[in-house]
Design a protein around this ligand. Structure first.
Ligand code: NDP
Length: 271
């Protein structure tokens, strides 16, 4: 067997139907494109249908199998309508990526109830009930795979991210609960926790006179990640390469949780 065929036998997503929430966002679009190019049929789900339609058109033009679906993860009726529509279109859902998520940076003392509810409804309640609806479909076939997007803030905390961090820590707890309860049904659950990723929306932070350097100092590699740098982990977790992996959160962060850039120490090795 040559290398290409061997890698294909380990990592290919051919024959798998994948539902992705938040599919047209910065990270969602990269994962959608990656799994589509690895052979999956991809249901691109999001609350702004036109963005999912545009992404579907782009991926189809590149020879991929992708279609847009309307989904508001903060609305249970929308969740059930979307899961019904995707199941009707493909007959099954093999993999769910919970990518949709929002944040608003403000101090804990300033957060009001509406902001708290909006973040929790999207990031935690949305993941809970979308996963429940999809897992009920997976249960029928005793087969499935759920991949949640956590965050650096599910373990290491930045200021101004109290609700976001609580929601993402909740996502990791939920990932463990799913792994524990669903293994008996042939369903796995893992999480990818991205570090600080440069997207259109976070560009302003990296360009900020103080916040950009603050973040760079806390990353051993000294730079933000790109959405594309999450794709390898996404394909591995979606594929059978990870068939014995469940209940874990994998931090893809350029060396952020481990401690970031070293402080100045007393020797400087020179070869
Ligand atoms: P984006 O804002 O680019 O993407 C978020 C996506 O989620 C958008 O497509 C958005 O749709 C969608 N979305 C938001 N609310 C809902 C909803 N109620 N129903 C359905 N879809 C919704 O952000 P990122 O790509 O950066 O983030 C993606 C995920 O990665 C999030 O969960 C985020 O918390 C996480 N993350 C991001 C990091 C980063 O540095 N960027 C770091 C760590 C984690 P629309 O465009 O229509 O609003």
């Amino acid at each position: 067997m040559d290398i290409a065929n061997y890698l294909k036998s380990v990592f290919s997503l051919e024959g798998k139907t994948i539902l992705i929430s938040g599919a047209a966002g910065g990270i969602g679009a990269a994962i959608s494109e990656g799994v589509a190019k690895a052979g999956a049929q991809v249901a691109l789900c999001g609350r702004t249908l036109s963005k999912c339609e545009a992404l579907a058109d782009k991926l189809k033009a590149e020879g991929c199998d992708a279609a847009p679906f309307l989904l508001d993860v903060a609305d249970l009726d929308s969740i059930h309508a979307c899961v019904d529509a995707v199941t009707a279109a493909y007959g099954k859902i093999d993999v769910l990526f919970n990518v949709a998520g929002i944040n608003k940076r403000e101090g804990l003392l300033d957060v009001d109830e509406a902001t708290y509810d909006r973040i929790m409804d999207t990031n935690l309640k949305g993941v809970f009930f979308l996963s429940q609806a999809v897992a009920r479909e997976m249960y029928k076939r005793r087969s499935g795979n759920i991949i949640n997007i956590g965050s650096h803030n599910d373990e290491g905390m930045l200021g101004g991210c109290s609700v976001y961090g609580a929601s993402k820590s909740g996502v990791i707890a939920l990932t463990r609960s799913m792994a524990v309860e669903f293994a008996q049904y042939g369903i796995r659950a893992n999480a990818i926790s991205p570090g600080h990723i440069l997207t259109e929306l976070t560009q302003v932070t990296w360009d900020h006179p103080t916040r950009g350097d603050y973040l760079r100092d806390r990353i051993a590699m000294g730079r933000p990640g790109t959405p594309d740098e999450l794709v390898g982990m996404a394909i591995m977790l979606a594929s059978d390469a990870s068939v014995y992996m469940t209940g874990q959160a994998y931090h893809v962060d350029g060396g952020c949780l481990c401690g970031g850039k070293p402080w100045e120490y007393d020797t400087a090795y020179k070869a």
